[in-house]
Design a protein around this ligand. Structure first.
Ligand SMILES: [Fe+2]
Ligand SMILES: [Fe+2]
Length: 139
């Protein structure tokens, strides 16, 4: 069975995903008129991926007997395009750090399913981090 520690980490991950999803969707709305449609579409696309991550992690936590959080971590809204992308990039860095910790704890506890889930999500967060880094270079 999953430890209290691991279940708390999964809830932190859910809060992180909810926050990223809302932050990016608002940035997508705000970025209208600021820049090419490709940038807006990319931010929107990633927002939806983050909501799917929240869903998968919540399903896993529910299976383990926990109660999924509905509270996002603080949402950082940017004031211009560069600021928006910078804040999104920082959000990805936070996720990457947290998910590396979760993979280690899940591995130590022999929870292969949770470890595999977070390995998959981590690789997508690294892609997002790379996407935002690339957009920042072009902004
Ligand atoms: Fe995510
Ligand atoms: Fe992400």
């Amino acid at each position: 069975m999953a430890s209290e520690k691991l279940m708390n980490l999964l809830n932190q991950a859910i809060s992180q995903e909810l926050s990223a999803s809302i932050q990016y969707m608002w940035h997508h709305v705000m970025a209208i008129g600021m820049r090419s449609p490709e940038v807006r579409d990319k931010i929107r696309e990633i927002s939806i991926v983050e909501m799917k991550h929240a869903e998968k992690i919540a399903e896993r936590l529910d299976y383990l007997g926990g109660v999924p959080s509905t509270k996002p971590t603080p949402i950082e809204i940017g004031t211009n395009l560069e600021d928006i992308i910078q804040k999104n990039k920082a959000k990805e860095e936070g996720a990457i750090k947290l998910y590396r910790d979760i993979i280690k704890v899940a591995s130590d506890e022999g929870d292969t399913t949770t470890r595999l889930l977070f390995e998959e999500i981590l690789s997508e967060e690294e892609e997002h981090h790379n996407d935002f880094s690339t957009l920042l270079e072009g902004s």
